[in-house]
Design a protein around this ligand. Structure first.
Ligand SMILES: NC(=O)c1ccc[n+]([C@@H]2O[C@H](COP(=O)([O-])OP(=O)(O)OC[C@H]3O[C@@H](n4cnc5c(N)ncnc54)[C@H](OP(=O)(O)O)[C@@H]3O)[C@@H](O)[C@H]2O)c1
Length: 313
């Protein structure tokens, strides 16, 4: 049996359950594409799956290869797969229900992929798809953000947040972000009009009447956010809406989202990157063998931009 190097886990647990080992080489189905992975982006979902936190709604058969962000090169096409050819440089977000990209190869569906932005390398591109699609879908598909409106972005320096700040600015919105003080200059550079240090300032005392809140934190941050929206405003949450009573009481709406692959949106995101209007900020690159370290860093909750695993130099 042909094999490849992959990071997998055989039981839910801490970062130490991640093992770099030989795993079967994926055989692409008739409708699938086999991608040679050059870089795999790291998202909080990766360690939540590994720890078993989401096994109720996202059951997996173990062993599992985590990592649902990929940048790489098309190695082979299934008999009925269309849209790409061997040698194409692609990036994309993979189906959460299947093996991911912490491996030398991954099988993907064509609709999970798009041509990689030409102006950045694979290490940067690997840090784009899931977080950038989340920001896009939250701000524009669910939040309906348009030019002239204002948006409060919680967790603005993180994976989702740093893309959201730039996309909202590009759209022509007024952008307010929360982050610790060490990220204030970073966020201003990305285009934030106002940065609130969540450690020293209660954001609800500094912000009023925004059209959209992008909530990547949940919990009490969400509870305190309803009051900063104008009547008819909307809070879009990446970690669900705790109660529908609070938004009703404030005359606002709350929606939870689950990011989905979208090749057209990936192409639009690539175009923004290639036009110099969107930057992928990769704060840490680690070799595949250090996936456990990447999970520890992500789990600590203070990553600036993205962490990416280098699968092949
Ligand atoms: N529903 C979906 O489809 C979906 C999609 C993507 C992500 N998510 C979820 O959304 C969350 C965010 O994802 P992510 O990739 O952006 O995470 P991330 O990159 O790990 O976020 C890290 C950022 O959070 C900031 N942060 C920590 N505590 C904060 C606080 N109290 N207030 C404001 N900012 C704070 C940190 O800034 P400082 O260092 O300045 O503290 C850091 O920059 C995760 O829980 C993820 O699982 C869900």
């Amino acid at each position: 049996m042909a094999t490849m190097k992959a990071v997998r886990f055989n039981a839910y647990g801490g970062p130490e359950v991640l093992v770099l080992e030989e795993a079967p080489l994926p055989q692409p189905g008739a409708d699938e594409v086999l991608v040679r992975v050059l870089a795999a982006g790291v998202n909080p979902l990766d360690w939540k799956v590994r720890a078993g936190h989401v096994r109720e709604w996202l059951p997996h058969r173990l062993p599992l290869i985590p990592g649902w962000d990929v940048s790489g090169i098309v190695e082979a096409m299934g008999a009925n797969a269309t849209g790409f050819k061997k040698g194409d440089e692609v990036y994309g977000m993979l189906d959460f229900g299947r093996d991911g990209a912490y491996a030398e190869f991954v099988a993907a569906r064509p609709r999970e992929l798009a041509p990689k932005p030409w102006s950045i390398d694979h290490l940067q591109a690997g840090g784009v798809p899931l977080a950038a699609l989340t920001a896009w879908q939250a701000l524009f598909d669910s939040g309906g953000l348009i030019a002239g409106q204002s948006v409060l972005i919680h967790g603005a320096a993180g994976g989702v947040g740093h893309y959201a700040v730039q996309m909202a600015k590009w759209k022509g919105a007024r952008v307010i972000g929360t982050a610790s003080a060490s990220n204030a200059a970073f966020l201003r550079e990305l285009g934030a009009d106002q940065v609130i240090d969540y450690r020293s300032t209660r954001f609800e005392e500094a912000v009023r009447g925004v059209d959209v809140v992008l909530d990547t934190r949940g919990g009490e941050v969400q509870q305190r956010s309803w009051q900063v929206l104008k009547k008819g405003g909307i809070l879009v949450a990446t970690l669900g809406i705790a109660s529908q009573e609070a938004p009703d009481a404030h005359g606002v709406r709350g929606v939870g989202i689950l990011v989905h692959p979208d090749p057209e949106q990936l192409a639009q995101i690539a175009a923004l990157i290639d036009a110099g209007k969107l930057r992928a900020v990769i704060s840490t690159v680690l070799p595949l063998a250090e996936a456990a370290r990447a999970h520890q860093l992500s789990e600590a909750g203070h990553v600036r931009g993205k962490i990416v695993l280098m699968v092949r130099e």
